[in-house]
Ligand binder design. Structure first.
Ligand code: SF4
Length: 197
């Protein structure tokens, strides 16, 4: 069973790498499926690959990715135990926000299946775009960071979603950096498992 899931995840990554289902396929460098262990308890979802990820084909390897991993370590979360991906798997030109149709196509093809195959206990939404796509709602990050909601948009069972800042945004603001830091500390204390575990 685990072998079949691992194989299905690998096949999905192969499909992402050659995907041309939305306009982002025409301008990307390397598509970025995501990475992490099959049985990750937490699945982290950012907005889209940036320049470093587009060159490497790996998620969160640029400055914001390094910062995110640092913050995970600080909170006592092991980055190697996390599954990390993005709402869209290809870099939008000039790092613009992914468009509604691009998000709908890419999540419908890939993120929904990744969530089903990894079957995490919870999802961490990094930034308003990721949270908005997961929850099919407008998320005001300064008010909702550090809170939990449930995703009935991409999963039927209502997977718990923890909302926090995208690390690239946190790098631009001392206040948001401190709030992301506190959010990850709260996530790591594990009390959410009493409600959702
Ligand atoms: S963003 Fe997603 S749907 Fe669009 S081309 Fe890339 S992998 Fe395919």
């Amino acid at each position: 069973m685990a072998d079949e899931r691992a194989q299905a995840l690998q096949q999905l990554a192969g499909q992402v790498r050659i995907c041309l289902e939305c306009r982002l396929g025409a301008t990307r460098g390397v598509a970025v499926p995501g990475e992490g262990p099959l049985d990750a308890e937490l699945l982290w979802v950012g907005e889209a690959p940036g320049a470093a990820e587009d060159a490497a084909g790996l998620p969160f390897v640029g400055a914001s990715g390094r910062f995110l991993r640092h913050e995970m370590h600080e909170a006592g979360l092991d980055p190697a135990a996390m599954y990390i991906t993005n709402i869209v798997k290809c870099r939008p030109p000039g790092n613009r926000r992914p468009r509604v149709d691009e998000i709908a196509i890419c999540t419908g093809l890939y993120l929904v299946r990744q969530m089903a195959l990894v079957a995490p206990k919870a999802v961490v939404a990094l930034g308003a775009t990721a949270a908005g796509a997961l929850l099919a709602d407008t998320v005001k990050m300064t008010q909702e960071h550090g809170t939990w909601r449930q995703d009935y948009n991409l999963t039927a069972q209502g997977l718990p979603v923890f909302i926090t800042y995208h690390p690239a945004a946190a790098l631009r603001s001392e206040r948001w950096r401190a709030e992301l830091h506190a959010d990850l500390q709260a996530l790591a204390d594990g009390r959410w498992r009493m409600a959702y575990g």
